[in-house]
Design a protein around this ligand. Structure first.
Ligand SMILES: Cc1cc2nc3c(=O)[nH]c(=O)nc-3n(C[C@H](O)[C@H](O)[C@H](O)COP(=O)(O)OP(=O)(O)OC[C@H]3O[C@@H](n4cnc5c(N)ncnc54)[C@H](O)[C@@H]3O)c2cc1C
Length: 418
């Protein structure tokens, strides 16, 4: 009897028949072939921080924790090759040893790199893409147990530009093209960041939003429904900080003011567990969607929901299933994101269900790893490359060894009967 697996927030729980943690690509390949021969489902898991049932399976749950660490760093080309189970915190430290750093990070660094990339994990910054957009290539084990290289391979003499579509599919694939066994990342020179977190009134943020977004390297804000205060978080290279701050405004004070290496300064510690719904919307400096969300929360949910709402931005990218994909939707314009958070010991469903249609009005695309209710029918029109992605997915995994029933429904594939 294997142990029950429960995700970080506690809302996804299942007991796989087998838990495997291969220590080499060879062992991994064997496991995928065996699962295929038996008609079983094999699902990879990173650190289990997603709260949609992406990794559930009654059969084999595959942990990549033993395939961890950086295998190659190329400071001249700004590329690094890493193994899939590498935690983001370790990755930051290992890159720093080579004078390198990730361009940006999300709110925490608990995730494994392959898990974070596979759902389009992002931070904030109008000129900064999500983590998936830094995936330049790598290797995956497809559904028939073949190792398939794609994109650029750090340290290898030959690139694979012909597999450009495969790269754009693999950048956000929810673990359905294959198991990523090596990832080549585009990285930056190591740099310091100055974090300034200001508490101020939401009205000041609304008045200055466009300028705040445009003049900071990274800027986001939390809105607190009960008090109508906001926390504006700005990240800049020291010396590049803009003049605009809420200093002197009513209620305003500087809550945090620190400088350090980017991989230490961007992520936060999160001890209270929560459920989250986050939607990606076309960038709107007037914050139309946020205004509607705010009104509705104030009118209907303020008594039950004390948790904050987070607003961020992401640069456009080209990955087929990236919810910041901007080539078609926006003509390359950036994305803004709105996230609702709720303490995981309180009911989240009535709150999220009530607000989700507002995101729909703004052509929102859900975060793949956070709560949402969309299925293939609603998702397909939001992604111009939806069909191309699924064509490639079927080529890579012809028998659907990587598809659980949740993914089958998400993608509009028939449910497995046995
Ligand atoms: C506290 C907290 C903070 C968060 N902050 C942010 C944030 O700031 N920004 C943001 O965008 N998201 C954020 N998230 C969401 C989180 O980043 C994503 O859900 C992410 O995918 C989780 O990474 P993981 O390693 O836990 O992967 P998992 O949740 O374990 O898996 C995610 C997906 O990756 C697949 N996968 C895992 N390994 C492989 C592999 N080797 N090959 C192929 N597929 C694989 C899995 O099958 C699954 O489909 C946050 C979540 C929490 C709980």
């Amino acid at each position: 009897m294997t142990q029950t697996f429960t995700n970080w927030s506690g809302s996804v729980s299942f007991t796989p028949a087998e838990r495997a943690a291969p220590a080499s690509s060879k062992q991994l390949t064997k496991l995928v072939k065996e699962a295929g021969n038996l008609g079983h489902t094999i699902r990879p898991v990173g650190s289990g921080h997603s709260s949609t049932p992406l990794f559930t399976t009654e059969q084999t749950l595959l942990s990549l924790e033993r395939l961890s660490g950086m295998t190659h760093a190329d400071p001249d080309q700004r590329l690094a090759a890493v193994l899939p189970g590498t935690g983001l915190r370790d990755l930051g430290e290992q890159l720093a040893e080579h004078g390198l750093a990730m361009e940006n990070l999300g709110d925490v660094d608990y995730q494994a790199i392959a898990g974070a990339i596979s759902t389009g994990t992002h931070g904030s910054g109008i000129g900064l893409g999500n983590l998936s957009s830094t995936l330049a290539g790598g290797t995956l084990v497809n559904g028939v147990g073949e190792e398939v290289p794609f994109g650029v391979t750090a340290g290898a003499p030959l690139d694979h530009p012909e597999s450009d579509d495969l790269l754009r599919a693999a950048q956000v694939s929810l673990g359905t093209l294959g198991i990523l066994t090596s990832l080549t990342l585009r990285v930056e020179e190591a740099h310091q960041l100055h974090r300034q977190n200001w508490i101020t009134h939401i009205d000041w943020v609304l008045e200055n939003y466009q300028q705040l977004v445009e003049t900071n390297r990274s800027m986001d804000f939390y809105w607190y429904p009960r008090s109508d205060l906001a926390q504006v978080r700005m990240l800049n290279k020291p010396g590049d900080e803009p003049e605009l701050t809420p200093e002197g405004e009513p209620y305003s004070y500087l809550k945090k003011d620190v400088v350090g290496p980017n991989y230490q300064i961007i992520p936060n510690d999160r001890h209270l567990h929560f459920e989250e719904m986050e939607y990606m919307l076309p960038f709107d400096p007037q914050l139309g969607a946020f205004q509607q969300i705010r009104e509705r929360i104030k009118a209907k949910h303020r008594a039950q929901v004390g948790w904050r709402v987070l607003v961020r931005t992401i640069a456009a990218d080209q990955a087929m299933l990236s919810n910041a994909e901007g080539t078609y939707r926006n003509g390359g314009l950036p994305t803004m994101t709105i996230a609702l958070l709720q303490n995981n010991s309180l009911p989240y469903k009535p709150y999220f269900d009530d607000l989700e249609p507002v995101f729909g009005q703004f052509a929102g695309r859900p975060h793949w790893g956070k709560k949402h209710s969309l299925k293939a029918e609603q998702l397909a029109p939001l992604y111009p490359d939806w069909e191309s992605f699924h064509r490639i997915r079927r080529q890579m995994d012809p028998t659907g060894v990587f598809l659980n029933n949740y993914l089958r429904e998400l993608f509009g594939e028939e449910a497995k009967t046995s």
